[in-house]
Design a protein around this ligand. Structure first.
Ligand code: FES
Length: 156
């Protein structure tokens, strides 16, 4: 018959569980943050940062005229490297509707999950009729996002 666990056994299990969880957290904290390069500037951002806000927070006046709702396409970027192979349904729908699929990505629909280099297309400096770039997008992707492999949409 197998002996039942004693209190010291259970304390030992709990102790090792706590130590393991702390060690995993330590390893997680040591992971390098994703790097974003825009117009010759590079900065690190947490993986849940919206690309459009990261670009703006690097001092680049990228458009976001709809406030990050995947409606205006003024947050469009060209990827030099690190283009995500996923996209939201809202991004796919808007880029398709405007005939922009395959040329640009919408930075309001992308998170800084890995190293990327992008070029913003529409900025306060190159749009003559803008007095501002638009309302700041929320911290989380809107509309409520679910990412799909680009191949889901037949996009490459
Ligand atoms: S589509 Fe309007 S801010 Fe991205």
């Amino acid at each position: 018959m197998r002996p039942s666990r004693t209190v010291p056994d259970l304390v030992n299990v709990v102790y090792h569980g706590i130590v393991s969880a702390r060690f995993l957290k330590y390893l997680e904290d040591r992971k390098p943050m994703p790097k974003l390069t825009v117009a010759g500037k590079t900065a690190e951002w947490s993986a849940d940062k919206r690309l459009v806000n990261a670009i703006e927070d690097m001092g680049i006046h990228i458009g976001h005229r709809c406030g990050g709702q995947a409606r205006c396409t003024t947050c469009r970027v060209v990827f030099i490297s690190g283009e995500p192979d996923t996209m939201t349904a809202a991004e796919y729908q808007k880029l398709s509707e405007r005939g922009l699929l395959g040329q640009y990505r919408l930075s309001c629909q992308i998170l800084c999950t890995h190293d990327m280099e992008v070029e913003p297309v529409m900025t306060l400096e190159n749009q003559e009729n803008w007095s501002d770039t638009g309302p700041r997008p929320a911290d989380t992707v809107e509309p409520a996002a679910e990412w799909f492999p680009k191949s889901t949409f037949g996009a490459s």
